[in-house]
Structure formats: structure tokens, C-alpha cells
Design a protein around this ligand. Structure first.
Ligand SMILES: *[C@@H]1O[C@H](CO)[C@@H](O)[C@H](O)[C@H]1NC(C)=O
Ligand SMILES: *[C@@H]1O[C@H](CO)[C@@H](O)[C@H](O)[C@H]1NC(C)=O
Ligand SMILES: *[C@@H]1O[C@H](CO)[C@@H](O)[C@H](O)[C@H]1NC(C)=O
Ligand SMILES: *[C@@H]1O[C@H](CO)[C@@H](O)[C@H](O)[C@H]1NC(C)=O
Ligand SMILES: *[C@@H]1O[C@H](CO)[C@@H](O)[C@H](O)[C@H]1NC(C)=O
Ligand SMILES: *[C@@H]1O[C@H](CO)[C@@H](O)[C@H](O)[C@H]1NC(C)=O
Ligand SMILES: *[C@@H]1O[C@H](CO)[C@@H](O)[C@H](O)[C@H]1NC(C)=O
Ligand SMILES: *[C@@H]1O[C@H](CO)[C@@H](O)[C@H](O)[C@H]1NC(C)=O
Ligand SMILES: *[C@@H]1O[C@H](CO)[C@@H](O)[C@H](O)[C@H]1NC(C)=O
Ligand SMILES: *[C@@H]1O[C@H](CO)[C@@H](O)[C@H](O)[C@H]1NC(C)=O
Ligand SMILES: CC(=O)N[C@H]1CO[C@H](CO)[C@@H](O)[C@@H]1O
Length: 456
């Protein structure tokens, strides 16, 4: 061994003993980015028990939607790194929770919101676009995405605020009176992706209808490109809850990018929406106080109050930024440095427990003491998104005319009684008790659920 090799060994040993080795990331090396993603994925799957005997595939304790987000991250991971280690768990979980091809599985469908269902639909859409291996039995990825689309557009609510998706699905959920950005932005994005994948104009008409409604409501401004979190039907959607979250911007941004690409770059509305939303996203969530290139969930990170849902949001934005760069090439040079800066920052935080556990605040320079499946998921998506410079345009989302071959079923999900509001009266005592062990996605939903339990 040379002196230098010795020094490296001793240093590595010291770091291991001290438990401070970070993920060693060289952002300009394809192999290094893949290794970092692999380390993050391994750490994430240490927390996933759904494939163990006696457990429920795809179900993560205390949450249902996170399963969809987790599989989305793993589908992207497989596509960009080629590592198929987790594919069988993805396929098993994605099919297990699929309900009647609509992600309304009867165990959970009484308690979920439109946004919860949407994350599974977007995961299935991602699987179709990234040529994820089909399940030998079960539904095609495209049909699952179409099933979510079909069940959601049937809930488009023209009876209040001249349109829009409500946050929640059922009248007894308190978020039922709200229309929020992630539910509308999620369906906008899914519609745009289905339009581009299938070339079926019906999906594009829906994407346009949802977007036009959103910009006519307080949710999205087509002049400042502010994206608010929610608005309420109780005052006819005249005011907004203006909390700023990365994933709300990401949902509309990527949707606009898909529409831009679907329309072959010929429609200025989608060009302005993409660039307008991108500009605000980059100026708002990459604070100059941390150097301007590291993504931050600005609402919860400063006081360290991010909950599990919120910890995932930056991962979602990371993936959607990368997709935007594939679909709208003029955004590439703006997006790449922000993904790279974030990844370099995040890698430094992966020093927890001496086993590369990552934290929440990617700008902190070292582990901030937080850990969990959600932290790993966000970092996994970020590292995967950093494969962008090592891939060509053809590594972006496919369509049925560029190699995507997932089987279409335009009427998927339309025969399922779990979607039917009339089945509400059939909710049993067992179901109500079940509600008690669930953490509903947002606390307001939780409070509403408790109120309903006591009043009902
Ligand atoms: C790292 O250690 C923590 C705490 O013991 C544990 O929860 C986590 O699963 C470990 N992660 C890995 C990748 O071993
Ligand atoms: C997950 O479960 C499925 C179904 O039991 C099985 O086919 C698959 O091999 C399992 N995967 C892993 C990684 O354990
Ligand atoms: C529904 O709950 C039952 C009983 O716990 C479980 O066996 C089954 O796997 C669950 N299915 C889904 C889709 O979660
Ligand atoms: C919903 O209502 C708006 C305004 O009243 C109308 O323009 C639109 O056509 C309606 N859409 C549907 C799908 O009924
Ligand atoms: C902005 O949205 C409003 C609907 O609220 C619409 O009337 C207007 O044409 C849009 N402006 C542009 C530039 O698209
Ligand atoms: C985009 O261009 C392709 C190939 O020229 C064409 O087939 C397709 O119809 C165009 N799409 C739209 C929405 O105009
Ligand atoms: C976005 O920002 C860039 C420079 O940062 C600017 O050139 C461009 O005009 C902006 N686009 C929009 C739609 O605001
Ligand atoms: C659409 O996306 C593909 C990558 O999937 C890209 O090669 C193409 O240039 C994009 N089209 C336009 C009009 O930007
Ligand atoms: C799609 O193509 C892949 C090979 O790229 C093949 O393995 C798979 O069976 C095809 N799926 C369908 C539904 O034709
Ligand atoms: C296009 O999508 C719509 C909406 O799901 C469906 O009704 C129609 O049959 C589809 N058309 C084709 C040609 O697949
Ligand atoms: C630079 C910085 O803010 N570092 C913080 C990282 O997180 C730990 C734990 O919360 C803090 O003690 C550091 O000050």
C-alpha cells in the first residue's frame, strides 16, 4: 500500500468509528450518482415491511398514500440505475393495493382523499412511461392510471366554485368542503400524461379544463404563478390558504411541461406556464440564505416541524423537475444546477447512525437528527433525478408511439362500487373502528374524522 492509500484507510476507519461517513457523492460521475441512489434506496427499504409474511403489501403503517409515493420513487430508481433489486416488491405492492383497477381498495377507500388515490395513479403512470416490467398477473400500469383518471373525473364538482376537484372524496371528511392544489394539480398532471402517452385528445381536454379552472380560482395565478394550497367552497372559493409547498408547484409545473410536449411546443400557454411556474419554484424553494442551489421546504424546515407527508414533498418536486427538463428542453440549464446543488447538499446530511441515514434539511451540512422512510424516499428521488445529465432525451417518459407498450383500457375502474357515494350508508361499525387506527393524511382531516366519529 502506498502512503496515500494508508491515509485513506485510516481516515475511512476513523470516520466509520466516529459514525460520520456521509454518502460520498461525485455529482459528475454516473457511477457515483447510482451508488448514492442505491444507498438511499437500501436505507428506505430497511423501513418497508410490506413484503414480509403476515404484512400487507404496499401498506405503510399509519399512512396509505405514502406507498404510492414510495413505489413511484423505486420505479424511477430502476429505470435510471438498472438495479432491479426491489422490482418484485414494487409489483406485488402496486397490484395488491390496486382495488378494481382504480386504487380504491375497499380496506382504505372509505377514508382517503383524491390526492391519496392520485399518488398511486401517478406511480402507475410512471411505470407505464418508464417501461417498468409488467405484472405477470394483474392490471397493466396504463390501465391503472386510466382507472384513477376515470374515477376522479367522475368526481369533478361543478356544483360549487364552477368546477374543481374537492380535496376529500366523502361528505363525512372535513376536507370535503375544500378544493386544493394537490388534488387539482395531481389530476391535471395525470390527464396531461395520459394525453401524451395515448394521444387520446379526451385526456388533453380534461387537462385543459382543470388548468383553466385552477387559474380562474385562487389556487393558481397565471400572472404571478403563485400556487396556493387550498380554497374553500364555504365562501365560493374566493379566498385562499396560501401555504407554500414544493409539491403543489411541482404538480402543476410537470403537468404544464407534459402539455407543452404533447402539443409539440406549439402552444404558448404551456410554454409560459412551464417557465412561469419554474421561475417561482426556483426562486422560492432554493433560498439564497442557503446558497440558492439547495431545495428547502421553506414552511416547515426553519422550525423543524415537517411531518412525514411534508418530508416527502421535496422528493416529488425533484422527480418532476427532472421530467420537466426532459419534456421542455429549454428548462434544462435552469433545472440541472438546482438538482445538483441539492444532491451535493443532501449527501452531506446522510451521516446518521453511522449507516448513511439521511436527514430532512439538505442545506444543513450534516445530519440533523431526523430519520425515517420518508427522509430516505426524498433523497432517493433526488439522487435518481440527478441521472439527468447522463441520459438522453429518450430516457425521459415514453409514449405509446416511442416505445411504451403498456396495455390501454379506456374504461378501467368504471365498474367498482367502492367509488360510489351511495355505498356510504353501508359503512359498518368495523370500518369506523378502523378509522381510529389510521392517521388521516392531514391533521384537519384527522380532526374532521374525530368529529365525525363522535357526531356520527
Ligand atoms: C441505521 O440505523 C438506524 C437506527 O438503528 C436504523 O433504524 C436504520 O434502519 C439503519 N439503516 C440502515 C441502512 O441500516
Ligand atoms: C415479495 O412478495 C412476492 C409475493 O409473495 C414475491 O413474489 C416476491 O419475491 C417478494 N419479494 C421480495 C424481495 O421478497
Ligand atoms: C385488507 O385487510 C386484510 C385484513 O387485514 C388484509 O389481509 C388485506 O391484505 C388488506 N388488503 C389491502 C389491499 O390492503
Ligand atoms: C361546469 O360549469 C361551468 C360554468 O358554469 C361550465 O362552463 C362548464 O361547461 C361545466 N362543465 C361541465 C363538465 O359540466
Ligand atoms: C389567465 O387566466 C384567466 C382566467 O382566470 C384568463 O381569462 C386569461 O386569459 C389567462 N391569461 C393568460 C395569459 O393565459
Ligand atoms: C405532434 O406532432 C406529431 C408528429 O408530427 C403529430 O402526429 C401530432 O398530432 C402532434 N400533436 C399535436 C397535439 O398537435
Ligand atoms: C424566468 O426567468 C428567466 C431568467 O431567470 C427569464 O429570462 C424569463 O423571462 C422568466 N420567464 C418567465 C415566464 O417569467
Ligand atoms: C418532448 O420530449 C422529448 C423527450 O421525451 C424531447 O426529445 C422533445 O424534444 C420534446 N418536445 C419538444 C417540443 O420540446
Ligand atoms: C413490452 O415490451 C417489453 C420489452 O421491451 C416486453 O418484455 C413486454 O412483454 C411488452 N409488454 C406488452 C404488454 O406487450
Ligand atoms: C379516449 O379516452 C376517453 C376517456 O377515457 C374514452 O372514452 C375513449 O374511448 C378513448 N378513445 C380511444 C380511441 O381510446
Ligand atoms: C448549519 C446548520 O444549521 N446546522 C444545524 C444542523 O442540524 C443540527 C441539528 O438540528 C443543528 O444543531 C445544526 O446547527
Amino acid at each position: 500500500m502506498t502512503g496515500a492509500t494508508w491515509t485513506r484507510w485510516v481516515l475511512a476507519l476513523m470516520l466509520a468509528v466516529l459514525g460520520v461517513q456521509a454518502i460520498d457523492l461525485d455529482i459528475s460521475s454516473e457511477d457515483s450518482v447510482k451508488d448514492a441512489a442505491s444507498t438511499a434506496a437500501y436505507g428506505m427499504m430497511k423501513h418497508y415491511k410490506g413484503n414480509l409474511t403476515g404484512e400487507i403489501p404496499g401498506k405503510i403503517p399509519n399512512t396509505w398514500w405514502e406507498g404510492g409515493a414510495m413505489f413511484m420513487a423505486l420505479i424511477q430508481y430502476y429505470h435510471y440505475t438498472g438495479d432491479s433489486t426491489y422490482n418484485s416488491e414494487v409489483i406485488t405492492g402496486m397490484q395488491w393495493q390496486s382495488g378494481d383497477c382504480d386504487y380504491m381498495p375497499s380496506n382504505w377507500s372509505s377514508y382517503i382523499g383524491n390526492d391519496d388515490q392520485m399518488f398511486w395513479g401517478l406511480a402507475a403512470m410512471t411505470a407505464a412511461e418508464l417501461d417498468f416490467p409488467d405484472s405477470t398477473e394483474g392490471y397493466s400500469w396504463l390501465a391503472l392510471a386510466q382507472g384513477v383518471f376515470n374515477t376522479q373525473v367522475a368526481r369533478w364538482d361543478n356544483s360549487t366554485c364552477d368546477g374543481g376537484m374537492r380535496w376529500q372524496i366523502w361528505t363525512y371528511e372535513s376536507g370535503y368542503t375544500m378544493k386544493n392544489s394537490i388534488s387539482n394539480g395531481g389530476l391535471f398532471q395525470l390527464s396531461a400524461r395520459l394525453a401524451r402517452y395515448t394521444s387520446n385528445a379526451t385526456y388533453a381536454e380534461w387537462a385543459e379544463r382543470i388548468f383553466d379552472w385552477a387559474v380562474s380560482s385562487p389556487l393558481v395565478s397565471n400572472s404571478t404563478w403563485n400556487v396556493a394550497d387550498s380554497t374553500s367552497i364555504t365562501n365560493d372559493c374566493t379566498t385562499q390558504g396560501d401555504d407554500q409547498w414544493t409539491y403543489n408547484y411541482g404538480a402543476f409545473l410537470a403537468g404544464a411541461a407534459y402539455m407543452y410536449n404533447y402539443t409539440n411546443g406549439t402552444v404558448s400557454k404551456w410554454y409560459s406556464a412551464t417557465h412561469g411556474l419554474l421561475n417561482v419554484t426556483l426562486s422560492e424553494f432554493f433560498p439564497t440564505s442557503h446558497g440558492g442551489e439547495i431545495m428547502s421546504e421553506i414552511l416547515c424546515e426553519p422550525l423543524e416541524v415537517c411531518n412525514d407527508n411534508e418530508i416527502i414533498f421535496k422528493g416529488l418536486l425533484s422527480s418532476w423537475l427532472a421530467f420537466t427538463a426532459y419534456l421542455v428542453p429549454s428548462t434544462y440549464s435552469q433545472i440541472l444546477p438546482k438538482l445538483q446543488g441539492s444532491a451535493v447538499g443532501a449527501a452531506k446530511t446522510c451521516t446518521g447512525y453511522g449507516n448513511n441515514t439521511c436527514g430532512v434539511r439538505w442545506w444543513n451540512g450534516t445530519w440533523d437528527g431526523w430519520s425515517g422512510l420518508e427522509e430516505q424516499m426524498a433523497v432517493l428521488s433526488l439522487f435518481t433525478a440527478n441521472m439527468l445529465p447522463f441520459t438522453s432525451a429518450s430516457s425521459g417518459p415514453l409514449t405509446s408511439s416511442t416505445g411504451g407498450n403498456s396495455t390501454s383500457d379506456p374504461s378501467a375502474g368504471t365498474g367498482d362500487s367502492n367509488n360510489d357515494q351511495k355505498t356510504l350508508s353501508k359503512i359498518t361499525t368495523g370500518d369506523r373502528a378502523g378509522a381510529g387506527i389510521l392517521t388521516v393524511v392531514f391533521s384537519v382531516g384527522w380532526i374532521g374524522m374525530i368529529a365525525w366519529l363522535f357526531m356520527g
